[in-house]
Design a protein around this ligand. Structure first.
Ligand SMILES: NC(=O)c1ccc[n+]([C@@H]2O[C@H](COP(=O)([O-])OP(=O)(O)OC[C@H]3O[C@@H](n4cnc5c(N)ncnc54)[C@H](O)[C@@H]3O)[C@@H](O)[C@H]2O)c1
Length: 248
């Protein structure tokens, strides 16, 4: 119950799916949570549910693709809770397409949210972690960051790049006791799946050893481990949470 006691954690994309499950699990484990989302109502709903359950949380209206929003999110966190110990770069979007069908705008938006968002949030959080003597950043990549998948050129490019970002952040800030790791989920039962064709979803589940999608809480447990001091010697690492999909 107290694996994150009194830690201050920002979770982006906390209004839905994995971000929501992570924010709630962190609060259950004693963290003070900032639920950030471009959909402010959903972020507020997550924060309200945490508070109603006896936890501590605030919501911010944040587009992680906009530097000013990320800076404000971190400022609001420090103003309310004094510091930032944990950042979960979770916000993400998915638009399917090939090099021929994906538009430039779709490519750019996925990169702004999935990749630049993780860069910007880290940029504004790290000085506070340095001042506090350390911290943990967890970036949500995907199995799409380690394999190719049909009609996923833009999404997979961002998720591969997130792994590069994680490794460089881990290296640059290891001396500051800031650990940075990536979680690579397989299929998770969240609203994001509405953007995947029924055929590809079926194929994905058929190619998963466990033959099912994850409940978001099953992936949030790995995020919790990496965010917590239990993972004190783990940095620059990838954690596949994919029901065996990439192992067969
Ligand atoms: N669902 C899956 O099968 C799956 C698999 C692997 C990885 N992932 C990754 O997990 C993460 C969470 O996805 P999910 O499945 O929970 O999706 P979701 O659609 O349920 O939730 C994503 C949340 O991010 C928010 N968001 C979108 N753009 C944003 C922005 N610019 N700024 C701030 N918030 C924004 C949305 O409003 C939403 O609340 C994503 O990075 C996704 O790529 C998901």
């Amino acid at each position: 119950m107290n694996r994150l006691r009194d830690k201050v954690a920002i979770v982006t994309g906390a209004g839905s799916g994995l971000g929501e499950a992570t924010a709630k699990l962190f609060a259950d484990e004693g963290a003070k949570v900032v639920a950030a989302d471009i959909n402010y109502q959903s972020a507020q709903a997550t924060a309200a549910a945490i508070v109603a359950a006896g936890g501590r949380a605030i919501a911010t209206h944040t587009d992680v693709g906009a530097a000013a929003d990320c800076e404000k999110m971190v400022a609001a966190t420090v103003e309310r809770f004094g510091t930032v110990d944990i950042l979960v770069n979770n916000a993400g979007i998915l638009t399917m397409g090939t090099a021929l069908t994906l538009t430039e705008a779709q490519w750019d938006r996925m990169h702004a949210v999935n990749l630049k968002g993780a860069f910007l949030c880290s940029k504004f959080v790290i000085p506070h972690m340095q001042a506090a003597g350390g911290g943990s950043i967890v970036c949500i990549s995907s199995i799409s960051g380690v394999i190719g998948q049909r009609q996923m050129i833009g999404y997979n490019a961002t998720k591969h790049a997130v792994i590069g970002l994680v490794r460089c952040l881990a290296l640059d800030f290891a001396d500051d006791n800031i650990r940075v790791n990536a979680v690579c989920p397989g299929t998770i039962d969240t609203p994001l799946l509405a953007n995947v064709s029924a055929e590809d979803l079926e194929l994905s589940l058929a190619n998963t050893m466990m033959k099912r999608a994850a409940d978001p809480r099953e992936v949030a447990q790995t995020v919790l481990h990496l965010a917590s001091d239990e993972a004190s010697f783990t940095t620059g690492a990838l954690f596949l949470v994919d029901g065996g999909q990439t192992a067969m």
